[in-house]
Write a protein that binds this ligand. Structure first.
Ligand SMILES: NC(=O)c1ccc[n+]([C@@H]2O[C@H](COP(=O)([O-])OP(=O)(O)OC[C@H]3O[C@@H](n4cnc5c(N)ncnc54)[C@H](OP(=O)(O)O)[C@@H]3O)[C@@H](O)[C@H]2O)c1
Length: 257
């Protein structure tokens, strides 16, 4: 029996992706820190969709997190055929408002754990006749975002890492997709401590996590390498490419002040 392993599946986009996969009759493994939310989601999925669902409460900011997750799947004899690297968060405000440790923890979750999980599960994914890696980056991956600098840079890393390995694996059974959502109605802004101005702007553009999840899962099964969700977000990425970088960065900075 094969499974989709979804990180950050306790809430928001990750939970919606796990439900979207279960709807398509795919067994799911849920990973995040919040034990109770994971337990409830796994139970809801088992009861509603008649698929197998298990969970692991684990902190993905720990440097050995990927090995912990992998070892758990081996102990339970779960075979992973879909790896969804969704867990992530932002820290908004001046760069020096946060300690080295706070930035390092975020970079571990947003970047290193993704690389480590992809590397550690790759031999198993290659053994499947068809398997998938779905990485969740952000529309922030297409530009520098002052006052959200490390987060935006971490998402640019996810996007370029995904593009790179998608090309490397093009003749294998492993398809790699990177989905870049724009503002989505989840707990993201609260955890990132985003100020009122950016919150108001996000609320006007907010997509629902269920629609982002459906778009992401479709893109993954259609083997798309890269997808920005929503027309306005696509337009934003185009203008970030077209217009002078200084202008784009000053405009973003004014939003997060
Ligand atoms: N919402 C947006 O506007 C937006 C836009 C673009 C991209 N994204 C990206 O979408 C992804 C999902 O975010 P979301 O919007 O759904 O936010 P969310 O509602 O805050 O969910 C974040 C998920 O990541 C998990 N997570 C965070 N830190 C973790 C850690 N140290 N260890 C394990 N799991 C951890 C959280 O679980 P626990 O708290 O239980 O650990 C939760 O399940 C992120 O990569 C985010 O960067 C979001």
């Amino acid at each position: 029996m094969t499974y989709a392993l979804v990180t950050g599946a306790s809430k928001g986009i990750g939970k919606a992706i796990a439900i979207e996969l279960a709807k398509r009759n795919i067994n799911v493994l849920l990973v995040a820190r919040s034990y109770t939310e994971l337990q409830q989601t796994a139970e809801e999925i088992r009861n509603t969709y008649n698929v197998s669902a298990d969970f692991l409460a684990s902190d993905l900011s720990l440097s050995n997190a990927a090995a912990t997750v992998y070892n758990w799947t081996k102990e339970k004899q779960y075979t992973v055929s879909i790896l969804v690297n969704n867990a992530g968060y932002g820290l908004s405000g001046p760069f020096d408002h946060y300690s080295v440790e706070e930035h390092t923890n975020m970079m571990q979750v947003n970047m290193l754990t993704i690389v480590q999980l992809s590397r550690i599960f790759l031999p198993e994914l290659k053994q499947q006749p068809q398997s998938y890696i779905l990485n969740i980056a952000s529309s922030a991956a297409y530009q520098a975002v002052p006052l959200l600098s490390v987060y935006a840079a971490s998402k640019a890393f996810v996007l370029n890492f995904s593009r790179g390995i998608a090309n490397e694996l093009k003749d294998s059974s492993v398809s790699v997709t990177c989905v870049c959502p724009g503002p989505t109605d989840t707990g993201f802004n609260q955890r990132a401590q985003v100020g009122k101005k950016a919150l108001n702007a996000a609320e006007k553009l907010n997509a629902q996590p269920q629609s982002v999840a459906a778009t992401a899962v479709n893109a993954m099964f259609h083997k798309k390498r890269e997808l920005i969700t929503g027309f306005v977000n696509k337009l934003g990425a185009f203008f970030a490419w077209l217009l002078p970088k200084g202008f784009i960065e000053t405009t973003s900075a004014s939003l997060y002040k």
